[in-house]
Design a protein around this ligand. Structure first.
Ligand code: PLP
Length: 449
């Protein structure tokens, strides 16, 4: 039997939680201790069952407790618990996963560089892109352009790519050589414009920034196909084609950060396929193993890979656990489940639209719901004080957190981001469970109103 009180005491004294206000946590009486999970359900140390509509942290795409993934880890741990890819060795699951990722991602992304987290993968891209331009005789092309509300991780370079002021304020960031532009956030910026026109306007802001900095100084533009941690910001369809054009015209590398969007989340294997993005780099993590074990990858486009490999000699970069065989074996088992169960199509044509329709039905006319938007199995409920005028609640973007807390106390996990309540459940969620998400979300919004 778990000693909840003892664990809370130890946590309060010794565990520094990521992204947590510890005073607030102490006032709540400490963290909930999660002891078990199956499908989309968590169990805590008091025996309460919690419906997880966030797939952990947007990552458990195949649901919790999958035997196939545990078996793959066990087999690999007993056969070969660790060996690395430095110098002149590798392992079978590492190679097989690299080849599988090259097959699944859009043509031209033929090489995978492995790391452990999305942050490390994005850091890797920053070094690779600058090195690429140096090899091309253009070492001054060093600036990266990200977007407001963009989230790319927490290393120094990844935080600099982020468009989050609160993060920049801690640690004196961004580093030199990182700039930001507006997000393609229709609910905030579209006004009377058509969605198409707004998408083009947001893309043109990237072009204006490139011209202001000088294309000869810009290395790359980075964006999540749908911005996740920034509030599930879904761009109009006109946005990404225009970004493709702009990057080509000004000779800027394009980075698609697919850490959340990849592996079926948007109802396609990758968000780049949904939006026709033509990236030079793709960042992968989270759904690559459904969060069962840490792993990330950078898919590198042929023009960059060929230059670095043929002209660059050794690239002095790598992590002890780059391509860890156990993580790669789990990833392969995870991809097999996604393929066998048709989870990508399920997200696009079945459970994704079902959950969206159910939320629309249950929240129809709700006084504080300004918009429900979704793509595949990710979505957001935009909260407003007045649904007609779209006036916000006072407090500068805290109402999402209030709604999230009401969910939490009623055993539903959703995420509160500024003025929205966000969801991204496992792609395996049943329709009955989707009904329950909608029922509890309504309850939370009723309590917030
Ligand atoms: N990129 C995106 C789009 C993310 O959503 C995240 C994490 O949420 C990251 C990068 C960072 O990944 P990690 O937390 O594994 O470092």
């Amino acid at each position: 039997m778990t000693d909840t009180a003892e664990l809370k005491r130890l946590s309060g004294a010794h565990h520094w939680h990521p992204f947590t206000d510890h005073q607030e946590l102490a006032a709540l009486g400490g963290p909930r201790i999660i002891t078990h999970a199956e499908g989309v359900w968590l169990t805590d140390s008091t025996g309460a069952r919690i419906l997880d509509a966030m797939a952990g942290l947007w990552c458990v795409n195949v649901g919790y407790g999958r035997r196939e993934l545990a078996d793959a880890a066990y087999r690999q741990l007993t056969d070969l618990s660790f060996y690395h890819g430095f110098f002149k060795t590798t392992t079978e699951p590492t190679v097989r996963l690299a080849a599988k990722l090259a097959e699944l991602t859009p043509p031209g992304l033929s090489r995978a560089f492995f790391a452990n987290s999305g942050s490390e993968a994005n850091d890797t891209i920053v070094r690779m892109a600058r090195h690429y331009w140096a090899l091309k005789g253009k070492p001054e092309k060093r600036v990266f352009i990200g977007r407001e509300h963009g989230y790319h991780g927490t290393t120094m370079a990844a935080t600099s790519l982020n468009g989050m002021k609160v993060m920049h304020e801690q640690g004196g960031l961004p580093l030199p050589g990182f700039a930001h532009v507006m997000a393609p956030y229709p609910f905030e910026g579209q006004g009377e414009m058509s969605a198409e026109a707004f998408g083009r306007l947001a893309a043109r802001a990237v072009e204006e920034k490139i011209l202001a900095i000088g294309p000869e100084n810009v290395a790359a533009f980075i964006g999540e196909p749908v911005q996740g941690a920034g509030g599930v910001i879904i761009p109009p369809d006109s946005y990404w084609p225009e970004i493709n054009r702009i990057c080509k015209e000004h000779d800027i590398l394009l980075i698609a950060d697919e850490v959340i969007c990849g592996f079926g989340r948007l109802g396609h294997w990758f968000g780049s396929q949904r939006y026709g993005i033509q990236p030079d780099f793709m960042t992968l993590a989270k759904g690559i193993t459904s969060g069962y074990i840490p792993l990330s990858a950078v898919m590198v486009g042929d023009r960059v890979a060929n230059t670095l490999i043929q002209e660059g000699g050794e690239f002095y970069h790598g992590f002890t656990y780059s391509g860890h065989p156990v993580a790669c074996a789990v990833a392969l088992a995870n991809l097999e489940v996604i393929e066998r169960e048709g989870l990508v199509d399920r997200a696009r044509t079945d459970i994704g639209p079902y959950l969206r329709d159910k939320l629309e039905e249950v929240l129809d006319g709700h006084p504080i719901v300004g918009e429900i938007r979704s793509e595949g199995m990710i979505g957001a409920i935009e909260i407003v004080k007045d649904r007609k005028t779209r006036q916000r609640f006072p407090g500068g973007g805290k109402v999402g957190l209030m709604a999230r807390d009401h969910c939490f106390h009623n055993n539903l996990i959703m995420r509160g981001i500024r003025d929205s309540l966000v969801y991204a459940p496992a792609l395996t969620m049943t329709k009955g469970e989707a009904d329950e998400v909608a029922r509890l979300a309504k309850l939370a919004l009723d309590l917030t109103a």
